[in-house]
Write a protein that binds this ligand. Sequence first.
Ligand code: PTJ
Length: 249
Amino acid sequence: MSDIEIPESHPRYQSLLTRHRIEAGVEKGITSRQGLIAQGRGEAFDYLLGEQTIPSADEAARAAAAHLLLAEHPVISVNGNVAALCPEETVELANAADADIEVNLFNRTDERMQAIVDHLREHGADEVKGLTADGRIPGINHERAKVDADGIGSADVVVVPLEDGDRAEALGEMEKVEIVVDLNPMSRSAQVASVPIVDNIIRAVPNMTEHVRELQDATREELEAIVGDFDADEALDAAEQAIRSGGDE
Ligand code: PTJ
């Protein structure tokens, strides 16, 4: 499967490339088979959004970048889908924002944890957290509760792409700023996020990095103003509107 060539001229090139990366992720032991289903759900929403970054998602990515720059200890959580779709881009965001990377899985096995850590290292990560798992998120009774105490456990800002609703809610209750990337504006994760970015992870991560670079020299006051002006409910409403009208807000 991994050696199929997709011509760039194909009208749905990006979408096919994404599918191909997820398939390769499953073959490499990085992505869970459930990850294929999650990708299908995401694709349906992306299709309705016109497979583009809508203006409200771009604004959310900018607010996310401001949060990352204001943070004392930002952490980017990585699961099997994120690792397969945008490993290099995730490492770039972590470097730009001076954030930790931590692997956190719903379908956690030692083999997958190690495969993802190795995969991220192959794509340039120096340190990847998640294997120690000496911390717990209170209120969750599945594997996603396991975190590193010096990683997500003590983070003030967490980027959680393709999150499940349970953990999103629990992290919110720990008073952490949660930046959720999810193509479904009606998902519980998007609904409880401090900053919901309704965009495909393959576009949202490089976009956040661009905003972090652009805001690198902004003052604390300027960053706080960007954070203060962002309204999560408005962003979710705009995304729902865009889905109803085929990509126009
Ligand atoms: O690797 P693991 O074991 O941690 O498992 C990860 C998955 C993604 C399988 C697990 O977290 C899961 O089952 O997630 P859900 O509950 O299916 O939620 C996935 C959400 O992400 C859905 O709301 C999708 O619309 C959304 N989504 C899927 N693909 C993308 C996406 N959002 C942004 N970009 C995508 N490429």
